[in-house]
Design a protein around this ligand. Structure first.
Ligand code: RRO
Length: 335
């Protein structure tokens, strides 16, 4: 599937004009996540775009608040065969299989991304994935060399090799130990990404918080699920099953964010609310549920990079209508 990069022309102009209007209104979309300043709360979710020069330039113009890189492992991973991402009508199903060039290449890519995006005040979240607790610690040390603003610890990919790999986020104790190993080696704040495919996400969230997580990203894709092609009578994905994302999973993501924010209130752990966010209304819903930042993934596939400017403009409109000057004034209001 190809991604439409600029869904309409004049995105840069629109972003600039909006920013000027907001300054005149003394209205700010700025947020601080774990001590890192974001110009607005909208963050590109992991695994959505590669890091090429062309993408940096477009991302910088798109009005995005921050970006998360594709999860990288110690060694390169080829991933699953094509097709790896399919639109099924209400969102996407994917089994990319953690394809990435390995941490050595990723460190160089993150350094290049920093050179482009840091002068614009767009923080970078480096996502890491490993199959052992020890390797998570080693990866955190390596990836810290690229000086990302934050590290995302991906313990929730649903597309693992079931024979040999385990989704750590279904086990509270292991999730805590991974967090501890990463914290010991990271030179920046740590965000742990959790799965909705568990009995009680709050138990897992509490354990990672008790082991030093600075923030939680909720949620990864749902599933694994399966979609069949009824003509060939075969699964549409080469891997047969895959993670389900997009608008259909948003109510689950909102519930997870709400429950985590309510349970962890007072622990100083912030949340990136991710899952099916498609427009400004959905982003506002996440903030009302307590999220500090809002991750956007599948919507970029569906609508291109124009979604970021549309979302921030829509949030600013909402704030004007309600007389809010900052996101602090309505974050967590639903709790
Ligand atoms: O690469 C993937 O297949 C993948 C990952 Br790492 C993840 O965290 N979530 C997902 O839906 N797919």
């Amino acid at each position: 599937m190809s991604i439409q990069l600029d869904s309409h022309t004049g995105v840069a102009g629109a972003v600039h004009a909006q920013a000027e209007r907001d300054t005149q209104d003394a209205l700010s979309l700025e947020v601080t996540l774990c001590g890192v300043r974001f110009r607005n709360p909208i963050v590109l979710a992991s695994g959505i775009l590669g890091l090429s020069e062309e993408i940096f330039a477009r991302l910088a113009r798109s009005g995005i608040g921050g970006i998360t890189t594709k999860s990288c492992s110690l060694q390169p991973r080829v991933g699953w065969h094509n097709p790896t991402i399919v639109s099924w009508g209400h969102g996407l199903i994917n089994a990319v299989g953690l394809s990435n060039p390995g941490v050595e290449v990723m460190v160089e890519e993150i350094r290049a991304a920093r050179r482009h995006l840091q002068p614009l005040g767009v923080p970078i979240i480096a996502s890491i994935f490993a199959t052992t607790i020890y390797d998570f610690g080693t990866l955190a040390r390596y990836v810290s060399e690229a000086e990302p603003d934050l590290i995302e610890v991906n313990i929730s990919c649903p597309n693992l090799d079931a024979q040999h790999e385990e989704m750590f986020s279904s086990n509270a104790y292991v999730s805590g130990q991974v967090t501890r190993a990463v914290k010991r080696n990271a030179r920046c704040p740590v965000v742990v990404k959790l799965s909705p495919n568990v009995d009680n996400i709050v138990t897992i969230a509490r354990e990672v918080a008790n082991n030093g997580a600075d923030a939680i990203c909720a949620i990864n894709s749902l599933g694994p699920g399966m979609v069949l092609d009824i003509e060939s009578a075969k699964p549409v994905l080469a891997n047969r099953t895959g993670g389900v994302s997009g608008p259909a999973i948003r109510p689950i993501a909102v519930r997870c964010v709400y429950d985590i924010c309510r349970a962890l209130r007072g622990m100083g752990v912030q949340v990136i609310g991710t899952g099916g966010v498609t427009d400004a209304r959905d982003a506002i819903e996440m903030i009302l549920a307590g999220a500090t930042c809002v991750g956007v993934g599948s919507a970029v596939h569906a609508r291109g990079l124009g979604v970021f400017a549309e979302m921030t403009a829509g949030i600013a409109d909402y704030m004007r209508r309600h007389g809010y000057r900052s996101l602090d004034e309505f974050r967590g209001r639903a709790l």
